[in-house]
Design a protein around this ligand. Structure first.
Ligand code: RIB
Length: 327
């Protein structure tokens, strides 16, 4: 049975208002009364109702986090950075998985506001940024960011170029690029910069649209190997899709990297585990989460931000799916 504030008041022999003053450290309470209330709380194992408490104090320590796809290991790594930083400052995170669906994004944001969150961190495709504007709490966008809002993101223009440059300098002549969903700014930026580099180097290139899942990667890999049997280099839109390419190459007995080189993007854990291990572009995912949370805490505390847009560097992580790969 849930212990209520009335049970604590009865046990301590005081009014519920006195218990509330002790809980919220507001108004004067005699020391022996405070002691009696605290003893009653311990004895009854009373846990304050955070929503009721936040309504009373009109503030909470809750932060809403909106992510597109928690089945993709990139986003839990991002969430981990957010949560570690917020937890240190006494905040608690509630989050919603949206599948980049505008209705789900709006539903979660409404729910978060009804639960008195004091701030929001969101990774939202650019066609849906309007759901983030004019909210009554501070908002920081992360990874899939909004120009008009505080933002933390990785340098995808460099990332796309690094991926293309790696395959070209490793000898690839017929490259296929898996183009991720272009409504997601990171995917748009790195696709454009990879294609620009390949055009500058007059490399034969084709692209195939692909979602960001292993399952869609499996489908598109079959299509790719059937349509472009002579390809010798694949730039995947992320590591899950790159893993699908390696899987299909193995099924077709294509030797990686001797006959076919593959590069991914994100540097999630599986990129080290797949065989051959995956060359990829490392995103500072955890650090982006930390920085987004830090930016939000400053906004909640009305502190001035040095900059409202923070871009973090990416780097090439060479492994064994490309020639001269790392160990
Ligand atoms: O793998 C998921 C991708 O979508 C990542 O590259 C990240 O940038 C996210 O936007």
């Amino acid at each position: 049975m849930t212990v209520t504030i009335k049970d604590v008041a009865k046990q301590a022999g005081v009014s519920a208002a006195t218990v509330s003053r002790v809980l919220n450290n507001s108004g004067y309470v005699y020391e022996d009364t405070r002691k009696a209330v605290m003893e009653a709380i311990d004895r009854l194992q009373y846990k304050p109702n955070e929503v009721a408490r936040s309504l009373y104090k009109r503030t909470s320590k809750l932060i809403g986090l909106v992510l597109p796809d928690i089945a993709n290991p990139f986003f839990p790594a991002l969430a981990r950075g957010v949560e570690d930083k917020l937890q240190q400052q006494g905040y608690r995170v509630i989050f919603g998985n949206t599948d980049s669906d505008a209705t789900k994004e709006m539903d979660y944001i409404d729910t978060f506001l009804q639960h008195n969150v004091v701030g929001l961190i969101a990774s939202v495709d650019r066609l849906h940024h309007e759901v983030l504007s004019n909210l009554r709490v501070p908002v920081v966008t992360v990874d899939r960011t909004a120009e008009e809002l505080p933002a933390v993101y990785a340098d995808h223009k460099s990332g796309g170029r690094l991926a293309a440059e790696k395959l070209v300098t490793s000898g690839c002549k017929q490259i296929i690029v898996l183009r991720g969903p272009q409504d997601a700014k990171p995917l748009y930026d790195r696709f454009q910069s990879a294609m620009q580099y390949l055009s500058e180097k007059n490399i034969s290139v084709n692209y195939i649209d692909c979602q960001l899942s292993f399952e869609d990667g499996r489908q598109k890999a079959k299509e790719l190997f059937n349509q472009f049997p002579n390809t010798d280099g694949i730039i995947a839109c992320n590591d899950l899709v790159a893993a699908a390419m390696l899987y299909e190459a193995a099924n077709r007995k294509r030797k990686v990297p001797e006959q076919l080189q593959v590069i991914g993007y994100d540097d999630i854990t599986i990129s080290e585990i797949v065989h051959p291990s995956l060359t990829t572009i490392h995103q500072p995912t955890y650090d982006m989460g930390i920085k987004a949370a830090d930016m939000l805490i400053k906004l909640i505390n009305n502190e001035k931000l040095g900059t409202i847009h923070e871009q973090l560097p990416v780097y090439l992580k060479e492994r064994n799916s490309t020639v001269n790969g790392g160990i």
